[in-house]
Structures are given as C-alpha cells and as structure tokens.
Design a binder for this molecule. Structure first.
Ligand SMILES: [Zn+2]
Length: 175
C-alpha cells in the first residue's frame, strides 16, 4: 500500500511505539510539526487512551514552541483526510505569518440553532454531567429501526444500484 504516513517524508523528531512527531517535508510555515499515529487508524477510530496520548504529544509540542521558536500563538489542527492515520498539525504562529484560518461568522436563525443544539444534546450528550463514552456498537433498537426502514424502501432502491450500495455499506458498518 502506498501510504505516505507509513513512510513519512520529513525529519522525525520523536517516536514511540504508537506515534511519531516530525517536521513535514513541505511545511505550511516554519514551525509546522505533525503528530501522527503509527497505526492505520483515523482519529475517530482511536480509543480514548490513544487519543489522549496523541493530544498530549501535540499539547506538549505546542507549549514548547512558545519557548523554542518564540511563537506568539499556536494552532493544533486535526487533519482527517484520505490518509489512514490520525494527523495533528501543530503550528507555531506569529503575527503576519501569512496563514489565515479566519471565517466570516454567519447569522443563523435562533430557532435553527436551538434545534441543532437540542439534537446534539439528545443524541450525543444525553447525560450532561457524565463523560461521554465512545459508542462501540449501535444500540440494538437502532439496528432494528434501520432494518425496518430498509425493508420499506427496498423496492425503490433495487433499480438504483448507487443508492443500494450506499445503504448496504452503511449497514455493513454496523457490527
Ligand atoms: Zn500508513
């Protein structure tokens, strides 16, 4: 497999059995570092311990940049793309360094915002004061619900292979 992160281009600064920190061969600015998982796992697939370790390394690196490179600020950006590794970009920022991550704030109707917040609260953080646990499996009732929905639309998707494949793929992801 041609995986750039398995054979990283750049200067390796640190590594342990799970992760490595490197200066990428094509940095966006001086003081651009990457913290990578060595295993083929995107960030969303890492367990709590692995996630904690990667962010600890990123945080340690970012904190050090203030001293070593006289950074005036830092960014930690998660890169989740086609690569099969979790990649945290740590950027040492200075005024006028030419990088811009600014976006224009949008004005979204209050009702719509409330609806989104409500949905996230109900489905992701139902226990507001309890640390969320990563969902390893879909709850049984959800699977039954999906199966019923699929059964109901089966006739409609047989002649649209693309849709069918998509829905089958979604189903296959459920353990
Ligand atoms: Zn790889």
């Amino acid at each position: 497999m041609n995986c750039p992160a398995c054979t990283p281009k750049g200067t390796i600064l640190y590594q342990d059995e799970d992760s490595l920190i490197l200066v990428p061969s094509a940095p966006s600015i001086p003081g651009h570092l990457q913290v990578l998982s060595k295993t083929h796992n995107k960030l969303v697939d890492l367990n709590a311990e692995q996630t904690q370790h990667l962010f600890h390394l990123a945080n340690y690196t970012a904190a050090s940049l203030f001293e070593v490179l006289q950074a005036q600020g830092t960014n930690i950006l998660v890169h989740e793309g086609i690569e099969e590794h979790a990649v945290l970009n740590v950027l040492s920022r200075k005024m006028e360094d030419g990088l811009s991550f600014q976006w224009e704030p949008k004005s979204i109707p209050a009702a719509e915002m409330d609806e989104i917040a409500q949905k996230i609260r109900d489905q992701i953080f139902p226990n507001a004061e309890k640390r969320p646990e990563k969902k390893e499996t879909a709850p049984q009732e959800k699977i039954i619900q999906i199966e019923k929905q699929l059964e109901a639309v089966k006739d409609k998707i047989v002649d649209t292979p693309e849709k069918e494949n998509y829905m089958l793929k979604q189903l296959e992801r459920i353990p």
